[in-house]
Write a protein that binds this ligand. Structure first.
Ligand code: MCA
Ligand code: AMP
Length: 508
């Protein structure tokens, strides 16, 4: 039997085909039937352009109902969906295209020129824009073809998506996510969050990450639920749309910004049954302030691109601030000490997971894949945590120096490599410092070469071409030397401690 996720989702929402699926902030709402039909139209256009099962289709487009239809079109024809952050620069896009070798890249019309420049370099790659009426766009091509209504059978182990996530090596690598991974996690969340027939989801997340694309949309599709589909997180728009919603999912920055929004109160949340937070630690102060203002205990859960969602606080029962809850069904989760022994309750160790939701490995990186799993098939998440006697996980930081800024991951190594190339930079160290809005802020420490330090403007200008804006250091400190230990290793913890208050007053 085919395990194509498209079929699983389609079967689930078929009883509600004529109900509203996506209600965008502007433009007409789209029913499940309309989005399904659009996916068949796009499927035809992709196939006509030469996409076959297993081919990658990279997309770097704005959030829209058509972007969702394009994701479903990829699933339908067995292609591997590769969503990319719209903030990525040409250099970041190029890295993903070179690595993933997609058959088709679908970009925004305004990016057509830069993408076109890459075509010559990558034999066989075709560029399309989603576009509207102009000739050669996906929409226009689809309009000229009969829709492709079939669904290509897939095994659970076949790839459904490739998501780029940075590594300690500094260059993003593709996490290979299968149809079975996605279906397993979607069903577990649908059950754990007790999805209801009358649920309405408020969706303000980007759809190029696991959180917005899989976690949020799969729950809605399994329930045939309507989605308030906002283009981005704008606190005022979210406040206005909330009274129509029963569930909202967001990163901690969403909750902090809502609390700072005039008029956000109990009344705004009158129909909401569940506020869910994840992707970054939810500060206890926000949890408490939110509960006081709205009467809602935000439900915190924990996950990763490579694994989907792993743990969740309960819908019924106590949601404990600072913990990320119990493991989900189908997740094998343990905490181990460096010597391989199982950590005692309350003892901090490395979080390791196994299960049908855990990814198939890193694209074209068998060595890194092998190193990421232990001898029993457990994936080492890189997160540190402890389990209570009753099985609740509390995270205690990470073993790598990953920075999470507003729910986006930033790997210091990637930024340092670029900083070190700027004339006048001798060496650099990048750390995350506490930030009132983003949780952590990317911060750089630079030692000038021969005293000729670049100015902050020069650094900004140099990075603009190379790195998406959310990765740019919010502050650059010029220092005489980086603190090092006896082995010569940069002591980032000292930098973090010494400058812990750097953003204490900013935008507070
Ligand atoms: C935007 N900017 C940022 C961030 N986002 N800077 C630091 N950190 C950020 N997260 C910068 C832009 O580069 C730009 O800078 C300026 O802020 C304004 O951009 P804009 O897009 O208007 O920003 P915003 O609307 O304020 O965005 C903040 C945000 C957004 C709403 C928190 O970042 C967001 O939606 N984050 C969600 C991320 C997410 O979905 N993560 C899930 C990962 P300049 O003006 O200099 O150009 S999946 C995952 O982690 C796992 C599986 C899980 O557990 O969920
Ligand atoms: P990503 O690589 O974008 O999938 O981010 C995954 C990482 O986000 C995890 O390894 C955690 O470090 C972090 N994360 C996700 N949810 C939470 C949470 N609720 N609390 C703390 N960290 C989280």
């Amino acid at each position: 039997m085919s395990e194509n996720l498209f079929e699983i989702l389609h079967q689930a929402f078929t009883p509600r085909l004529d109900a509203i699926f996506l209600r965008p902030a502007s433009g007409a709402p789209r029913s499940y039937r309309e989005v399904t039909a659009r996916s068949a139209a796009f499927a035809a256009a992709l196939r006509a352009a030469g996409v076959t099962a297993g081919d990658r289709v990279s997309v770097q487009i704005e959030k829209s109902p058509d972007a969702v239809a394009l994701y479903l079109a990829c699933l339908r024809i067995g292609a591997v969906h590769l969503p990319l952050n719209v903030a990525y620069t040409a250099a970041e896009l190029r890295h993903a295209l070179e690595d993933a070798e997609p058959r088709i890249h679908v970009g925004r019309p305004q990016d057509a020129t830069r993408a076109a420049g890459m075509v010559e370099e990558h034999a066989g790659l075709k560029i399309l824009t989603l576009g509207d009426r102009e000739e050669g766009t996906l929409v226009e091509k689809a309009a000229r073809l009969p829709p492709y209504e079939d669904v290509i059978p897939r095994a659970g182990s076949d790839l459904a998506a490739l998501l780029y996530t940075s590594g300690t090596t500094g260059r993003p690598k593709g996490a290979m996510i299968t149809h079975e991974n996605l279906a397993t996690n979607a069903r577990a969340l649908f059950q754990t969050w007790a999805w209801r027939p009358d649920d309405v989801l408020l969706h303000a997340l980007p759809i190029f990450h696991v959180h917005g694309l899989f976690v949020a949309l799969h729950c809605a599709m399994l329930g045939g639920s309507p989605v308030e589909f906002l283009p981005r997180f704008d606190p005022e728009t979210v406040r206005a749309a909330l009274p129509r919603a029963t569930v909202m999912m967001g990163v901690p920055t969403f909750y902090r910004r809502l609390l700072a929004t005039p008029g956000f109160d109990r009344e705004s949340c009158r129909h909401v049954r569940l506020f869910i937070s994840g992707s970054a630690p939810l500060p206890e102060a926000i949890f408490r302030a939110f509960a006081e203002r709205t009467g809602h205990a935000v439900l915190e859960r924990y996950g990763m691109t490579e694994t989907g969602i792993l743990t969740s606080n309960p819908v019924d029962g106590a949601r404990i601030e600072g913990t990320v809850g119990h493991r989900l069904p189908d997740v094998d989760l343990r905490v181990r000490n460096a010597d391989g022994s199982t950590s005692a309750p309350g003892e901090v160790g490395g979080v390791e997971v196994r299960g049908r939701g855990v990814f198939a490995g890193y694209w074209k990186r068998p060595e890194t894949t092998r190193e990421s799993f232990d001898e029993e098939g457990f994936f080492r998440t890189g997160d540190l945590g402890s389990l209570s006697a009753d099985g609740r996980l509390t995270l205690a930081g990470r073993s790598s120096d990953l920075i999470i800024s507003g729910g986006y991951n930033v790997y210091p190594k990637e930024i340092e490599l670029h900083l070190d190339e700027i004339p006048g930079v001798g060496e650099s160290a990048v750390v995350g410092l506490p930030h009132p809005d983003f949780g952590e802020a990317v911060t750089a420490f630079i030692v000038a070469e021969d005293g000729a330090a670049p100015t902050a403007d020069e650094i900004r200008a140099a990075l603009r071409e190379r790195l998406a804006g959310f990765k740019h250091p919010r502050r650059v400190f010029l220092v005489d030397a980086l603190p090092r230990n006896a082995m010569g290793k940069v002591q980032k913890s000292l930098l973090r401690d010494r400058h812990a208050d750097a953003y204490a007053v900013e935008e507070a």
